[in-house]
Write a protein that binds this ligand. Structure first.
Ligand code: KG4
Ligand code: ZN
Length: 335
């Protein structure tokens, strides 16, 4: 069974080839057009996907050693995400599926992030608790069985990734800030300054107060001080973000008496977050899984894996070429 995965929900154009549950290749073009604006511009992203898809498809196919005619099914992200970018990916998938006469498997982007864990860890068993943490989402989900999702808590304002990106910009470290902040924090002292932890006693998250407190902190100190303490400030800030994320995940696992915890989404590549959850998991005897960094941020391998899991569960006959398939920008995880 060869599945082609297609992802374009934000600013990464990606195609992946999967064979019998194993990823053969994944090609990603992360659009650099947005750096000068300090954020993703939807129309520029849509046009860049339009231009990039043929090249990214070529790369994924040549790296896999297969040809287009080998493909048995196409998995594509149809939401949630930016509507223009999603439409380009859905239409590209439909065009390919129409000409190849193969079925399309529609995939929820967030479900894709969760299934990314199965790429390197097919041994993961249900039930599990997963922290989905990206630029657009921060939520804890209890997953009792395949494709059943119960929301345990979510952000009331900013997503963690959004907050990290904004603070990185305030500190003059650039966009997107996650990886840069991670690197600075590694050489910093996390006890340099204490920043608040939002909604400490709730299952939900809040990051906007933390963002504001960073803004006050930066305004209060002179530029030279900030510049010479970037690593310490990054470490203290990331300590606050990761304390909230790790504590609530472990608490949710306890509440549901669940022995397995997972990370999903771009921020799950963060080293401090992984270290904290690893330490807590060891202490509490939990199994802890997370995807390798290239499968944490947006990629089509997670979409191919989700499509494969659905084909395994329901059979290929359940899926067809659906000319009605459309982009759904606010698609919920479970309906
Ligand atoms: O999942 P993703 O690629 O796109 C969305 O669906 O949003 O996540 C992107 C987010 C960005 O906010 C980015 O700064 C953050 O993930 N990120 C990180 C790291 N790598 C990416 N945040 C913290 N540490 C990292 N190493
Ligand atoms: Zn994502």
């Amino acid at each position: 069974m060869i599945v082609l995965g297609i992802e374009s929900s934000c600013d990464d154009t990606s195609v992946s080839v999967l064979k019998d549950g194993h990823i053969l290749s994944v090609a990603v073009n992360t659009q650099l057009e947005h750096i000068q604006f300090g954020g993703v511009i939807p129309e520029i992203a849509s046009r860049a996907h339009l231009k990039n898809f043929p090249e990214v498809l070529e790369k994924a196919l040549s790296d896999s050693g297969l040809i287009l005619n080998d493909v048995d099914a196409i998995g594509v992200t149809y939401g949630p995400g930016l509507v223009g970018p999603l439409l380009v990916g859905v239409n590209f998938a439909k065009g390919l599926a129409y000409s190849l006469k193969v079925p399309v498997v529609p995939v929820n982007h967030i479900e894709g992030h969760i299934f990314a864990n199965f790429i390197d860890h097919p041994e993961i068993e249900y039930p599990f608790i997963v922290l989905v943490v990206s630029g657009g989402h921060t939520e804890i989900v209890f997953v009792p069985e395949s494709e059943k999702y119960e929301l345990c808590g979510k952000t009331r304002d900013d997503a963690a990734g959004e907050c990290i990106d904004k603070v990185s910009k305030m500190l003059g470290l650039g966009f997107p800030g996650g990886r840069i902040m991670d690197e600075y924090a590694k050489s910093g002292n996390k006890d340099f300054e204490f920043f608040p932890r939002g909604m400490k006693n709730s299952h939900d998250f809040s990051f906007s107060g933390l963002k504001t407190s960073l803004k006050y902190y930066i305004d209060k100190h002179d530029k030279e001080f900030i510049k010479s303490n970037l690593n310490n400030i990054a470490a203290s800030f990331m300590d606050s973000v990761t304390d909230s994320l790790a504590d609530k995940l472990i608490r949710a696992a306890k509440k549901h008496n669940c022995r397995t915890v997972l990370l999903a989404g771009g921020v799950s590549a963060n080293s401090m977050l992984r270290e904290k959850i690893t330490a807590q998991s060891v202490k509490k005897g939990l199994k802890f899984f997370y995807p390798q960094p290239k499968y944490c941020t947006d990629n089509a391998a997670m979409i191919a894996m989700s499509a494969f899991k659905k084909i395994q569960k329901y059979g290929i006959e359940k899926f067809s070429f659906d000319s009605e398939l459309d982009a759904v920008p606010f698609l919920p995880l479970s309906e």
